[in-house]
Design a protein around this ligand. Structure first.
Ligand SMILES: Nc1ncnc2c1ncn2[C@@H]1O[C@H](COP(=O)(O)OP(=O)(O)O)[C@@H](O)[C@H]1O
Ligand SMILES: [Mg+2]
Length: 396
């Protein structure tokens, strides 16, 4: 997306700092918000009071706030660190604490020594890192909010128990907060006022959800990705409209896709990966189920499961072995030991028929594993890809 930007070109990161810079994973997909923030920060970096170093990312759980904060660490080549706020935070969680140091074993003087331990906020503040402050809305103590506020002062300094630390010019704060859900308090006004750039992040549109889930799980069936995405969006909307507290978002979607990709039933996993994550209250579940039924999604999801029910227990019902002959053609009568056998997952539009053209209607999945052992699923609708897979199998 852009060249390496080092906001302060003269600065040399230590080895430890360099290891804290987030590395973009291959599954990371850049966004308009990322580009916008990057441009804004760069544009204003050397403009004194106009410098942008406190950013607010507010919106749905799972909309990508944390990932965006991390991506900015990569974009700016700044070490990333985070603090997760909690209701009973006290000032020492912001400013650090003085704690007794355990005496050495052979120390018989009985003297107790104390040492100052900086908080993550102080470390980022004085060393010039990118700090994500997660959910400061939950903090109850006004004194803690005030301490946090002074840490966000553009040219400020922090009065620590042992010394005064000055704000490093590269210190960037990204506040991330889920807004709009029942039970979430609004962000403290004074904190909000310190923010110089704000982004509203919602559950991304279905196409982006599909793209992210596909990148993350390696599962490609457009049909399944789309239908499951539609379901997540409907569940999210229904939960909000009915003041149901739980969340259906990207996380549920990704784990649901991954379960389905590994051969689990769409209908069963709907409960374990999506619905029960939102609620287990029977009345609330009934509302969600009814929304699914009235949008025709119950039937459509069930259709995805109707394939291959004739398979015996213990076998993955959604996967069948196909045999590729020497000529490259394949049949369902597979010899399981045969190296040329490839695993096929039926997609929704195959509707369980083997007489339709496999080229068009069937996803070809091969069970190979990624670097970290997680399976990839390769879809194919072109015979040359099948040819390629055939070669891979022969070579393996
Ligand atoms: N730009 C992106 N590209 C690919 N995947 C993403 C992107 N943003 C978020 N995700 C994925 O979506 C899920 C939720 O993202 P996360 O940043 O933790 O959300 P939030 O902090 O808003 O709750 C994670 O699995 C994350 O990897
Ligand atoms: Mg987060």
């Amino acid at each position: 997306m852009k060249g390496t930007c080092i906001l302060s070109p003269a600065r040399q990161l230590t080895e430890e700092e360099q290891s804290l810079v987030w590395q973009k994973t291959p599954s990371h997909i850049g966004s308009e918000a990322e580009e916008r923030i990057y441009q804004e920060v760069v544009r204003n970096w050397n403009r004194g009071e106009m410098k942008i170093s406190t950013i607010l990312l507010e919106g749905d759980a799972g909309s990508g706030k944390t990932q965006l904060a991390k991506a900015l660490s990569a974009d700016f080549n700044l070490p990333y660190t985070k603090v997760t706020c909690f209701a009973d935070m006290d000032k020492s969680d912001v400013l650090g604490s003085i704690l007794p140091v355990l005496p050495e074993k052979d120390d018989i003087s009985g003297k107790i020594e104390y040492q100052y331990y900086p908080s993550e906020i102080v470390r980022a503040y004085e060393n010039g890192w990118l700090l994500e402050i997660q959910e400061p809305t939950v903090i109850r103590d006004a004194a803690v909010l005030m301490a946090l506020n002074s840490a966000l002062e553009p040219d400020g300094s922090l009065n620590l128990p042992t010394r005064i630390v000055h704000r490093h010019p590269d210190f960037i704060v990204v506040i991330t907060t889920n807004r709009g859900y029942n039970g979430y308090r609004p962000l403290n006004e004074a904190l909000r006022d310190r923010v110089q750039h704000a982004e509203k992040l919602d559950l991304p549109p279905k196409a982006v959800m599909m793209e992210r889930a596909e990148a993350k799980t390696g599962y490609h069936s457009e049909n399944v990705l789309s239908l499951l995405g539609e379901t997540i969006i409907l569940m999210d909307e229904t939960a909000r409209a009915n003041a149901i507290k739980g969340v259906a978002g990207m996380r549920s979607y990704i784990f649901w896709i991954d379960a389905v990709a590994s051969g689990a039933s769409v209908k069963n996993t709907l409960y374990h990966k999506v619905l029960y994550k939102i609620t287990t209250d029977p009345q609330e579940l009934a509302i969600l189920e009814q929304a699914l039924a009235s949008h025709g999604l119950t039937d459509k999801l069930a259709e995805l499961d109707t394939v291959c029910h004739s398979h015996s227990d213990g076998e993955n019902p959604e996967v069948m072995e196909l045999h590729i002959s020497e000529s490259g053609e394949y049949t369902a009568e597979a010899d399981k030991a045969d190296k040329n056998a490839i695993r096929l997952r039926k997609s929704a539009d195959s509707e369980g028929h083997s007489d339709t053209s496999c080229d068009k209607n069937t996803d070809v999945s091969s069970n190979d594993n990624g670097e970290d052992g997680t399976p990839f699923y390769h879809e194919s609708d072109k015979s040359d890809t099948i040819e390629l897979q055939k070669k891979n199998f022969v070579n393996s």
